[in-house]
Each structure stands twice: as structure tokens, then as C-alpha cells.
Design a protein. Structure first.
Length: 322
């Protein structure tokens, strides 16, 4: 992972190396953090964060479920994301805001007035599932690990603790020579990848597991649904058995980090022709067209990062964006 110069922490822009937490921080022991991943794309109108408002809203909702309530509201957090991207002079970037119980306590349930800290890092990020993954597709397997059942840890919250499931799914897949693992839900229905949502293409229609099947309600998933519908492609969100993976003509994974990554085989069985199919290509082209300008952003998804200078000042050599 490439570093950047600065991190935003509790309202201040500090050098990367100073953005640290204590070893007894509640979030480190109990996973009590909610976070987001937002991409900044280079566009003809300068760097723009993609669906920043939707990401920050999801952060606040994830926090609401656990009582992790940042002291900053929607607008302040959005501005902080723009500021840290700008302070690091990044034309394209991945922004990682995180809100967490920052207290040093051994109690599983922190006090109701427990301190919630917020940090936002922004740094360069390439293709998440490997070089060439977005262009040529990846080989995946079905994981032996299942996603948490409904009414256990909520899958719709983007919470740090949920990623222990992703770690098991992803590591098992990699150890078996696959780029990613697809998990089933507790009842055996298709769910999602370790860090991506799943789409199948069947007879020109898109199919994707619904909210109830232990998925994160991905913002890229929603983007794909809207872009597909605009092209007149029908999208069906429905529960699916595992074998649907082999009925599919095409398949792809979506996520802020993974973008739109085609899947060419599952458990060494080719998906369709084992190449990137026409519907996947059309969706990719509409998606990446948002950043080149070829696709009209009729939803107002591109959020410009205004150029800002960074100046040294404040206590302890802290850096502030001005
Ligand atoms: C478990 C999981 N599912 C799905 C996604 C895709 O969500 P989004 O498109 O909002 O990045 C992610 C990535 O954030 C994820 O971690």
C-alpha cells in the first residue's frame, strides 16, 4: 500500500506517521469501528470523489446501528474527505474514513458517552483484485466459509468486525489459487464476495442477491443497477441457489475498490465462454464513462475535490488544510 503525506484526524490534518491509536483502544480489541471506502477519479473537470455523499451517509448509518456517533455531521465529514484528498495532492485516490470507539477500556460495552474518534486517510490505490483484473477478469471459488446470518452481526453495516468474515473467505480463496471467494449466506443462498457484491448475467438480464441475503448494500451495486436500467437492461434482485453460478452467461463483482471486475471461472468451471461478456463490457463502459465524461452523470454522483493548499501551523507542528 502506498502512503500519503497526511491523515485527517479529529478535525486536524496530521503527518501520516502521527495518525496512531493506543494499544488498548476499544476498536482494536472489539472491532467497534465503522468505515467507508470512496474512490477519487481523475475527470476532465479535475479530481472528483464518486458518490461521496452516499458513502458518508452509509458511514453514519453503520455507526447508528452500533452507537458509534461521530461528533461531525454529514457536511463536515464530506468536506474533510475532500480536504484530505486535496492536502495529499492526489488526482486519483482511495479515501478511507473511519469512526471508532477510541477509548482505552476493557469493557465490551463502552459507556454511553464514550469518545468516538474519526480519521480519514487518502492514498493511491490501483486494481484491488490484481493487475489486469478489471480488463481480463478473475478466477474465483465458492468459499467454505459462510456470511453471518441475518440477526447476527448486521451485514448492511460496514463495520470493522464484519471483515473477519472477509478475511477468512479471501484468504481461503487465495490459498487455493483463486483471486477471490464467493460466500454463501447461512442458508446456502448466494451472498457476495469477501469485499464485493455479485452480479450474474442470464439471457441479457442482470441478477444480484437482495439485501436480506447477508450482503453489504454496495454503492457500486446501486450504481450498476441504475446504469443498467438506463440502458434498458432488466435487473432482478432475488435469492439464488449456488448452482446459478453455473447457469450464468456472464458474471462480475462490484465494489469501490474492485470497481467492476469480470469473473471468468468459478471453481475452475468457465462462466459462459470464460471471457468478458458483452453485457459486462457495456456496464463497465457506462461506469468508467462517468469519469471520462462519455457517460452523463445525470445523478450528480461526481463530487469535485476543490484544490486547496496545505499550510504548516498549529500546535505540535500539526498541518491544516486551509
Ligand atoms: C463485504 C462487501 N460487500 C460489498 C462491497 C461493495 O460495496 P461498495 O460498492 O459500496 O464499495 C464491499 C466494499 O466496500 C464489501 O466490503
Amino acid at each position: 500500500m502506498e502512503h500519503a503525506e497526511f491523515v485527517w484526524k479529529n478535525g486536524e490534518i496530521v503527518p501520516w506517521a502521527d495518525a496512531t491509536v493506543h494499544i488498548l483502544t476499544h476498536a482494536l480489541h472489539y472491532g467497534s469501528a465503522v468505515f467507508e471506502g470512496v474512490r477519487v477519479y481523475e475527470t476532465p473537470h479535475g479530481p472528483c470523489a464518486f458518490r461521496l455523499e452516499d458513502h458518508v451517509k452509509r458511514l453514519l448509518t453503520s455507526g447508528k446501528i452500533y452507537g458509534i456517533t461521530p461528533r461531525y455531521g454529514l457536511e463536515s465529514l464530506m468536506q474533510a474527505c475532500r480536504d484530505i484528498s486535496s492536502a495529499n495532492h492526489l488526482a486519483s485516490a482511495y479515501i478511507r474514513p473511519i469512526a471508532y470507539f477510541g477509548e482505552t477500556t476493557m469493557k465490551v460495552v463502552p459507556s454511553t458517552d464514550s469518545r468516538v474518534d474519526v480519521a480519514i486517510a487518502a492514498f493511491p490505490l490501483g486494481a484491488y483484485l490484481g493487475d489486469g483484473a478489471v480488463q481480463h477478469g478473475v478466477d474465483v471459488c465458492v468459499s467454505s466459509w459462510r456470511r453471518p446470518a441475518p440477526s447476527t452481526t448486521p451485514s448492511c453495516a460496514k463495520a470493522a468486525g464484519n471483515y473477519l468474515s472477509g478475511l477468512l473467505i479471501g484468504r481461503e480463496a487465495q490459498s487455493r489459487g483463486f483471486a477471490e471467494g464467493i460466500a454463501l449466506g447461512a442458508d446456502g443462498r448466494l451472498s457476495e464476495g469477501a469485499g464485493e457484491n455479485l452480479f450474474l448475467v442470464k439471457e441479457g438480464k442482470l441478477m444480484t442477491p437482495p439485501a436480506g441475503d447477508s450482503i453489504l448494500m454496495g454503492i457500486t451495486r446501486d450504481t450498476v443497477i441504475k446504469l443498467a436500467q438506463r440502458q434498458g437492461i432488466e435487473v432482478i434482485a432475488q435469492s439464488m441457489p449456488r448452482e446459478m453460478l453455473h447457469f450464468a452467461d456472464e458474471m462480475f463483482l462490484t465494489g469501490t475498490a474492485a470497481e467492476i471486475t469480470p469473473v471468468r471461472s468459478v471453481d475452475r468451471i468457465p462462466v459462459g465462454a470464460g471471457t468478458v461478456g458483452p453485457v459486462t463490457k457495456a456496464i463497465q463502459s457506462a461506469f468508467f464513462g462517468l469519469f471520462s465524461g462519455a457517460t452523463t452523470d445525470e445523478w450528480g454522483w461526481l463530487d469535485p475535490i476543490e484544490g486547496q493548499e496545505t499550510k504548516r501551523g498549529g500546535a505540535n507542528g500539526v498541518y491544516y488544510a486551509v
